[in-house]
Design a protein around this ligand. Structure first.
Ligand SMILES: NC(=O)c1ccc[n+]([C@@H]2O[C@H](COP(=O)([O-])OP(=O)(O)OC[C@H]3O[C@@H](n4cnc5c(N)ncnc54)[C@H](OP(=O)(O)O)[C@@H]3O)[C@@H](O)[C@H]2O)c1
Length: 261
């Protein structure tokens, strides 16, 4: 690693995480790239070196494993400093809670909630001690309401939003900032993984590119904003949901995720 600031990005092998890694490299960071697919991470590391002169450390890890966050942190070595932590890895799943695979849902909680929390617990104390650092946690517009037929996914994202806003307040004045990114529908592998790729919302014109989401997230994080919702339509949607009656919102979200169960 050079003397450039270091950004650790989870879920850097695809989608929003991959684009965030590119923006961070372009803006002068070296990278720690984390995900399961090593070949994709190696290819990205080579691209970041060639295009931006950024050094990368590739740390393949399955963040659903209970010790994954500590293994990632240990892989950095005792002298390593993380200047920017991007907790982006995550996935969703569609279907009725009662019939969805138990293991798949527990892995979702492990990646979206447990690994994000654990990695933040490992990295944040060093940031606070140094009096500088940025954390970007990726939630979703799903964080703003419950999600029938994607119940666990929506609940994990509500947790990420709640945790991030609380931590942002806790660290205010320390030189460290915590930003929560709440993207709406974004054109990535997410929908194929979640089984939502055929749903109207996913296919529609309101879907944003991962690159646009990453640019918006980076700007907000560097300004130390607590919350960023990329896209005017997503900002408007999130604001209206806060005002609408909860029962009506549940019916609308249920219609967005029609169940085949
Ligand atoms: N796309 C959307 O519409 C949307 C909207 C709102 C929020 N989000 C959130 O944005 C974040 C990024 O998703 P994306 O849209 O970019 O989806 P994506 O293209 O499917 O990328 C997901 C990333 O997470 C990694 N990941 C998944 N499971 C993992 C595991 N067990 N261990 C380590 N890494 C794992 C994947 O890497 P490997 O497969 O190589 O492990 C991949 O790099 C997620 O938190 C998602 O919930 C997405």
């Amino acid at each position: 690693m050079s003397s450039r600031p270091v950004a650790l990005v989870t879920g850097a092998s695809a989608g929003i995480g991959r684009e965030l890694a590119k923006v961070l490299a372009r803006e002068g960071h070296d990278l720690v790239l984390v995900a399961r697919r090593q070949a994709e991470l190696d290819a990205l590391a080579a691209e970041l070196k060639q295009q931006y002169g950024a050094d990368s450390r590739v740390v393949p890890a399955d963040l659903a494993e209970p010790s994954a966050a500590s293994q990632v942190f240990e892989a950095l070595g005792p002298e390593s400093v993380v200047d920017v932590l991007v907790n982006n890895a995550g996935f969703g799943g569609h279907g009725a809670f009662a019939s969805r695979d138990r293991d798949a849902d527990m892995r979702m909680v492990a990646v979206n909630v447990v690994a994000l929390t654990d990695l933040t617990k490992l990295v944040l104390p060093g940031m606070v001690a140094r009096g500088r650092g940025r954390v970007l946690n990726v939630a979703s517009t799903a964080a703003f309401q419950p999600g029938p037929f994607m119940a666990v996914y929506y609940a994990t994202k509500a947790y990420v939003l709640s945790l991030s806003e609380a931590l942002a307040e806790e660290v205010s004045g320390t030189g460290v900032t915590v930003t929560c990114l709440c993207p709406g529908v974004t054109d990535t592998e997410f929908h194929a993984v979640a089984g939502t790729d055929a749903q109207p919302l996913t296919q529609g014109p309101l879907s944003m590119s991962a690159a646009a989401v990453a640019e918006s997230a980076y700007k907000a994080m560097m300004r130390g904003k607590r919350l960023v919702i990329p896209g005017l339509h997503n900002k408007f949607g999130a604001a209206s949901i806060r005002l609408a009656p909860r029962g009506a919102v549940l019916k609308i979200v249920r219609r967005l995720h029609p169940s085949s169960d």
